[in-house]
Design a protein around this ligand. Structure first.
Ligand code: NIG
Ligand code: FE
Length: 400
């Protein structure tokens, strides 16, 4: 059964070869988007079968007219922590009146997550994934990291795997309280029995990546040497590498991620010149994933996306949806912040939240024949409205 989508005022393909040259002027990222105006798409068997101008569209079994809306690739949210229970809204309120974030609140979520039943966690995750889809996200990465025992980390990954193949083992989120006086023993647990169990049925059976909160400024997170130990063990076990780096201050996370060939280093809030040079040299391998919802929600300075893009760094955007630093699952919100506060053009921000975030998961997110039909539709005629209509629910995943 094939379906012809028409009435697409503007189609973002992320395929520069397709651009029709009439994109809105003055956006230096436009060439990236491969925009086709008055477009049509044929979908068959869950895949894109044809893309082009509506005037050239082939026949199909069914037709759906989208009424002059814009269609974009579904957002790829490449950084989330959706498996958690409990409520930390009071911590957010305290931050708004000046209490700094230091990662200490993670222990509150760990206690609540350990106490929750499988059914409760499953329902919480399903609700959050549905909330994301309603805002245009069609692909999501989910990390563990609120279990921090062998059984609780495995449980988090199993529940995440039920909703996405893109799962990340974050046993090295923080050192749990019961190991506070013996950090080395916890690193041994993460890199030994936990990692063995995560990869027991093959290197990507429960997780495709490993991550570490590399943040020497937090008493709870991991320093450069500990992070290297975790990442090297994960890599030896066949996992791709991701890093939480340079979130709370300058530090070794970004350079370590680039040195070890991580797919992504996330946050990148505090960067010095050597970090930017390392990221530029790692172009094509390591993506800098910016998470502006975190700076919003922790009252921190925003990362300088313009500086990174101008240096030639691959920049992605993601939500970091988590109970502590950003309980927002909204990619449109991240795009609006990136455009308003971080020097990204609307086109660069959309590309970052689709094509580049996809690349950090080893995916291709173009609207092209043979690609999965993961699309989102806007109640608006162009992608510019994503940031222009900030806070208005104009984008949703397209149900086909
Ligand atoms: O990405 N930085 C570490 N982890 C999360 C926050 C986790 C929490 O506070 O619960 C983050 O910001
Ligand atoms: Fe995170």
């Amino acid at each position: 059964m094939s379906l012809l989508l028409t009435g697409i005022a503007e189609l973002t393909t992320n395929d520069p070869a397709r651009g029709d040259g009439h994109a809105a002027p003055a956006d230096r990222g436009d060439a990236l988007l491969g925009i086709v105006r008055d477009a049509a798409v044929v979908v068959a068997g869950g895949e894109i079968a044809w893309v082009g101008p509506a005037s050239e569209a082939p026949d199909a079994d069914e037709r759906r007219d989208l009424g002059g809306r814009a269609v974009i690739p579904g957002f790829v949210d490449s950084h989330t922590h959706l498996v958690f229970a409990g409520d930390r809204s009071a911590e957010f309120a305290a931050r708004m009146t000046g209490t700094p974030y230091d990662g200490g609140g993670i222990a509150v979520s760990v206690a609540a997550t350990r106490a929750a039943s499988d059914g409760e966690l499953r329902a919480l995750v399903a609700g959050r994934v549905a909330e994301m889809r309603a805002q245009g996200t069609t692909t999501v990465e989910i990390k563990s990291g609120y279990g921090l025992t062998l059984d609780d980390e495995l449980r988090s990954l199993r529940i995440a795997r039920e909703v996405t193949p893109h799962t990340t083992f974050l046993g090295a989120h923080v050192v749990p309280r019961e190991y506070a006086t013996d950090r080395a023993a916890y690193v041994d647990l993460v890199t030994g029995p936990m990692l063995d169990a995560v990869t027991a049925d093959g290197p990507t059976s429960l997780a495709t990546s490993i991550d570490v909160f590399c943040e020497p400024r937090s008493a709870h997170a991991f320093d450069g040497d500990e992070s290297r130990t975790v990442l090297e063990a994960g890599r030896a076990a066949g996992l791709a590498l991701r890093v939480h780096g340079n979130q709370l201050g300058h530090g070794p996370g970004v350079r370590l991620a680039c040195e070890l060939g991580a797919r992504s280093v996330d946050h990148c809030t505090y960067l010095d010149d050597s970090d930017v040079e390392a990221l530029a040299a790692a172009r094509g391998t390591t993506v800098a994933t910016l998470l502006p919802g975190v700076e919003f929600s922790t009252r921190s300075p925003y990362p300088d996306a313009r500086r990174l893009i101008d240096a030639g760094v691959d920049v992605a955007l993601a939500s970091d949806c988590n109970p502590g630093t950003c309980y927002s699952s909204s990619i449109p919100f991240a795009i609006a912040l990136a455009v308003r506060e971080m020097g990204m053009t609307p086109a660069e921000a959309l590309h970052a939240a689709t094509a580049v975030s996809a690349r950090s998961l080893g995916l291709d997110r173009r609207v092209a024949p043979g690609q999965p039909a993961e699309l989102a539709v806007l109640d608006a005629p162009s992608h510019l409205h994503l940031a222009y209509r900030a806070g208005v629910p104009i984008v949703r995943a397209l149900d086909l």
